[in-house]
Design a protein around this ligand. Structure first.
Ligand code: HAM
Length: 445
């Protein structure tokens, strides 16, 4: 067989592609992610939240017992599989259930209460990918265990809003109360009574919700259903007395600390563990990085949360009131990106280090580290050998100066500084290079 024939037959295998609903976060975005994470970590640490790192894989029963078997998240969206030992495990669809498990498992009720924790990491939901919705997203989850006081709800909302404010976001907080589990049961009966005669007008999802997850009827996004439920009985009008008092007190705390909010009787949340306060934080426009053709212009929830007094007990721990919230980091970062361009000074390299010849290149490593450690933003390409190609790269990077280290300079203990704008070169003492560059960079600013 001719060589060219055999080459033709060996077609390169197709590169496996990113899974639908998953995304790579490239270095260009890193500054935004780091800034958001650092801002959050600073605020949370100031407010007494300790970071906890949790596994992304947990027993499936953890999520079934907490989020609820009939919720969309558990019934349709979890990545669940049997591990090699035959146990059913799931990629976590959120972090709160794991937080509660860890609170119990590490006997945190023995610590001074409340115990405040936060965690950052990926969550997985097999949802239909669309604007700002991914099958793997990242959450910043903050939880306050061991206080049933309304001030704890207000604190969580206050801290969440503080982060939005510090990131320069124009965010709206929507607040509601879901009352006690008993009052909610009674309310769900009323809601079903209201909805049943209208069954044929409901969307397919709502028809199912009518039997299994009726509260979610209220937050259906279909315009037809929205219109139908606009005159439905409201949960806030059917609250038990204690929950009503609690809600009023939360709102008073928010008023007192000048946290703006909107009362939204349609916030019900997609997880079963909530009682009393429930809230969502939205931003006006959807983020730019739209995936899928069906992007909607509705306000996007960048975060949500509420009180979940029964969750720890549901998992077998001692009764522990708790409240918390989580931000979706993709959405938070995307909203932040719109408000603040990455400052040039934080990304642009200032100096390019070029080296000529083997000995000089060996030394260039040390010189690079000296420059970097002194705070100069320096780049180099140790693999490129010709001066011309190195200077071309320096030009592309837009550096102010190139530092050239050749064989002769190495012997003399000198380097060349080249002004990249006018091409003027000057020989300077190697020992004084940091001072020289800093002096020039200061002038060139
Ligand atoms: P959640 O509302 O289901 O609440 O999720 C929190 C946030 O994660 C949402 O507001 C949204 O920004 C983001 N998010 C959720 N799903 C996706 C997705 N598929 N793609 C992109 N972002 C998404 C919880 O998970 C609760 N654990 C919050 C909580 C903490 N409640 C009490 N403590």
């Amino acid at each position: 067989m001719a060589e060219s024939d055999s080459k033709k037959k060996k077609r390169a295998p197709k590169t496996p592609e990113l899974l639908r609903g998953f995304r790579d976060i490239l270095p260009e975005e890193a500054w935004y992610w780091q800034h958001v994470r650092e801002t959050a970590a600073r605020i949370l640490s100031d407010y007494g939240y300790g970071e906890i790192q949790l596994p992304i894989l947990e027993a499936t029963s953890l999520f079934k017992r907490t989020i609820g078997e009939h919720t969309d998240i558990v019934s349709k969206e979890m990545f669940t599989f049997l591990d090699q030992g035959g146990d059913s495990v799931s990629l976590r669809p959120e972090l709160t259930a794991s937080m509660a498990r860890a609170y119990i498992e590490h006997g945190m009720f023995n610590r001074p209460q409340p115990v405040k924790l936060y965690s950052v990491g990926p969550a997985f939901r097999y949802e239909r990918p669309q604007s700002g919705r991914y099958r793997q997203h990242n959450q910043l989850s903050l939880e306050l265990f061991g206080s049933g006081e309304p001030v704890a709800d207000a604190e969580v909302i206050f801290v969440a809003r503080l982060l939005c404010e510090q990131l320069g976001l124009d965010a709206t907080i929507h607040v509601n109360s879901l009352g006690s589990a008993e009052a909610r049961e009674e309310y769900v009966r009323l809601l079903k009574e209201y909805a049943k005669p209208k069954r044929s007008l409901l969307c397919e999802d709502c028809k199912k919700r009518l039997t299994k997850n009726s509260l979610r009827l209220l937050d259906c996004k279909e315009p037809g259903c929205r219109a139908l439920f606009a005159s439905a009985p409201l949960l806030v009008d059917n609250l038990d007395e204690e929950s009503k008092k609690h809600f009023v007190s939360v709102l008073e705390h928010l008023d007192e600390s000048s946290v703006p909010y909107e009362l939204d009787p349609y916030i019900v949340r997609g997880l079963d563990y909530y009682n009393r306060t429930a809230f969502e934080i939205t931003v006006a426009a959807p983020p730019d990085d739209v995936e899928g053709a069906d992007a909607v212009a509705a306000p996007l929830a960048i975060g949500g949360g509420g009180r979940y007094d029964g969750l720890v007990e549901t998992l077998g721990g001692r009764a522990t009131p708790a409240v918390g919230m989580a931000f979706g980091l993709e959405r938070l970062v995307s909203a932040f990106k719109k408000t603040k361009p990455q400052p040039d000074s934080e990304k642009a390299p200032q100096v390019f280090l070029a080296s000529l010849g083997e000995e000089a290149t060996k030394h260039a490593f040390t010189l690079f580290e000296t420059l970097r450690a002194s705070g100069i933003r320096v780049r180099a390409s140790f693999g490129k050998s010709g001066l011309k190609s190195q200077l071309e790269l320096a030009d592309k990077l837009g550096v102010v100066y190139a530092v050239i280290l050749g064989q002769k300079e190495l012997l003399d203990g000198t380097v060349i500084i080249r002004d990249m704008e006018n091409g003027i070169q000057e020989v300077v003492d190697l020992a004084k290079i940091v001072d020289e560059l800093k002096k020039r960079l200061k002038k060139s600013r």
